[in-house]
Every structure is written in C-alpha cells, then in structure tokens.
Design a binder for this molecule. Sequence first.
Ligand SMILES: Nc1ncnc2c1ncn2[C@@H]1O[C@H](COP(=O)(O)OP(=O)(O)OP(=O)(O)O)[C@@H](O)[C@H]1O
Ligand SMILES: [Mg+2]
Length: 450
Amino acid sequence: MKVLVIGSGGREHALVWKIAQSAHASKVWCAPGNAGTALETVAKTGIQVENVPLGAEDLKGLLNFAGEHKPDLTVVGSENPLALGIVDRFQNAGFRIWGPTQKAAQFESSKVFSQEFMKRHGIPTAKAASFSEPEAARAFARELEGRCIVKADGLAFGKGVLICQSVEDADRSIKSILKEKAFGEAGNRILIQELLVGREVSLHAICDGKSYQLFPTSQDHKRALDGDQGLNTGGMGAYFPTPFFVAEALEQARQEILDPWLAGCQAEGIDYHGILYPGLMLTEDGPKVLEFNSRFGDPETQVYLRCLKSDLIEILEASIDGTLNAVNLEWSEGVSVCVVIASGGYPGSYTKGQRITGLETADDLSGVKVFHAGTRSSKPDIITSGGRVLGVTADGNSLEAALKTAYTATEMIQFEGAFYRTDIGAKAISWRADPHSISRGSLNWSTNKA
Ligand SMILES: Nc1ncnc2c1ncn2[C@@H]1O[C@H](COP(=O)(O)OP(=O)(O)OP(=O)(O)O)[C@@H](O)[C@H]1O
Ligand SMILES: [Mg+2]
C-alpha cells in the first residue's frame, strides 16, 4: 500500500516512522516532511521515505500529487489542512484519506462551535459565552470578576488564548482580539470561559463515526521552561503512560465526556473519523473540558507511537471504515519519554539554519529514537528550520530509566542556542512519592496503582 503523510513536525515524523514499519506499507511519501522523515525506510520493501515539497495547506498541489501518484491512503497530521477541508476534497476526488471532515474538524477550528455543542449535549465544561461585540463581552467578564480566559474562536497556532486575572486584563484581551485583531480573522468571535483551577490532562480517542477507543493518558509540558515557567509553547516534552488518570478516572471520562460527545455527533449528523483530543481540567467538581482538538497531540504522538504495538495502518483503516470495535489497541509494558530540543528564543523569535551535531550518536543509543520537527537537510549537514527542532524519545522499563536514557541522548545533541526542559516527567515522580503533592482535584481522579 502506498501512503502519503501530510505535515512536517515531530508528530508527522512519528507517524511516518510507525507507518513505515507496517506490514501493509510499500511506499511512503511525506509532504512536506523534514530531514528526519526522509531518513526513514519502509520495512517491507526497503524503499526510503520520500519527502514531497508541498506545504500541508497546499490543497491543490496535494490533490494534483495524489492524482499523479495514486496513494492508497493519505494520513493528515496537522489541524490546518483539516480545517481547510482536505478530507472532503480528497474524498470527493475518490481518494482514501484519514482524518475528520471540515464539518467534524470544527471541534478544533471553532471554539464557539465546541462550546455550544457541549452545552447542547450536557458535557461538563467551563461556564462560558461567545461574543463578537466588545461591550457584551466586557459585561460577561465582569460577571466573572475578570478571572477568565479569552479565546479567539478560530485556529491561532496555539496562541489565541489569553489568561486574565482581573477586569483590566479581560478588557485588554477583549480589545486585543476583537478590535485590534491580534489573531486576525480567527478572532472575529471570541469565547470567554471562567478560569478553572485544577490539574490538566489530555485524552486521545480514535473514532470511526460509530465508536471510539480511548488511549491510556500521556502528559504534555506546555510551558517553555522548567517548573512550568515561561510562555506557552506547542509542547516541550511528554511521557507515557501517566500514573494518574487511569482506570476509574478514564471510565468516568468515557461516561461523562466521550459517550455524550459521540451521541451528540450522531444526533447532529457529524460523522467523526480520526482522533479526538480533548483537553481537560480536573477540578474539585470533576473533569471539565477546556477544548477539543481534532488530531494527534505533538509531542504526545511521539511517545504514544513508540509504545503502540499494533499495526498503525490497520488502526487508521478501521477508523475510516467504521470497524474499530474489531481492532485491539496493544500497548507495550514500557514507558516512553520525549524531550523536545528547541531553538533559543522559542516560542518568540529565533534564528534558523544552525548546524546540528551529535544526532547519529544519540540515535544509536539503545532505546532512543530522535524524531525531527524543525529540521532541514543542507548536505552534508542537518540544520535547524523551526522553533521545536527535535523530539528525543527514549523507552525504558520505568519512567526513571527512560528519563535517564532520554537526557543522556539529549545532551549529545548540540546546535547554537539549543535549549530543553530538564524536568519532563517530574510531576509523575513526585505524584508517586506523594499523591497529595499535586494540585487540588486530582485525588478523585486517580487510582493508586502506580
Ligand atoms: N477555562 C480555563 N481555565 C483555566 N485554564 C484554561 C482554561 N482554558 C484554557 N486554559 C489554559 O490555556 C491553555 C490553552 O487553552 P486551549 O487548550 O483552549 O487553547 P489552544 O490554543 O487550542 O491550545 P492547544 O495548542 O493546546 O490546542 C490550556 O492548556 C490551559 O492551560
Ligand atoms: Mg486546541
């Protein structure tokens, strides 16, 4: 089977890596891919993965490519092409493609859509309202005494969310999004949510229109610096599985969130095929949904796919065909950790084109896989081309062992300005030592299995 993967980040490298190992893959392309995707080899045929110089949002170019090369399956990694309707376009042209349609992808591409959907279907979420006029928005922010989150409705590269602690903060945020258009068209409407307090977890469920399968939880690290300091980023590291939010908590999330979500989709004619990735806050009143994403998390994908034993193509095919209940997701017993190495200055401005050294030595360590994100080949070198550059992923029998390997490998890799967090997984370790050490709300949502 010939497979086309769309995207260029660490998530897409992980997807390419896993797909290349499938018993069903004969040829793999990645558009546009990165230096790492082009180094992978398809296990069954020994053919190297080929990067295609087409952007993930170049729908016309991608359709032409599909017309010419006839992939048997196209896999969409990132949210922007989904929001642009790539799935609908490919399906209309007769190509098999994995991911939600434009209508279904609205769960991520419109926060107002999601909020209203949750209200209609009784899914626990923050108190919220949506606005296109600043005056009414300001009045609502006052009702919340300024302790609120102001969110641009549309996609804003993970940056369209402003956290407010006072009425002044809220007024400034509302003005910046609605009037000054800080996030462009994405901010034509805003959603204001009450500020929830608790511990954050995210879920991943693969869906086939009729059913879903929930993954065990992994944990991302959103802030740029150790101790959850610094600015929000796309994600600075992850580990799998988490010791908290297991068993009963997952069952409760099924009953209170995923089941009503699926029933709501069916009632409204939303045929959801792909990943649903809800972000939750575990509050004292139970879990509440902050947002939905309509694709795999990055860097969660890197740790999930290292631990997934099942053939990924079989799972994606079942998700397209509505046959997920015949598929068993098998996970390895081990732990996987991903440490993201970023360019100095990220998530603000940073330089590109820095030569990376130590990649091969790190990759050769037992249990290590270095997934590329912002990298480019500049023969004979590999150079940086983005904010998040690499996801150094390591497996182990325990979290401690996986962390040790991951950081040993991370230290081998160098480029000018490189930085990474040194506390990936630290919360899991302190939680195991003392479950009370983690913020309020967590205990109702965990078992002491670990
Ligand atoms: N109601 C809320 N109460 C408290 N914190 C919140 C709330 N909503 C969002 N946040 C914080 O802001 C972050 C980003 O919010 P959200 O996930 O809605 O935005 P996003 O831009 O879609 O992010 P992502 O890139 O994770 O998809 C959350 O991870 C959480 O830390
Ligand atoms: Mg989101």
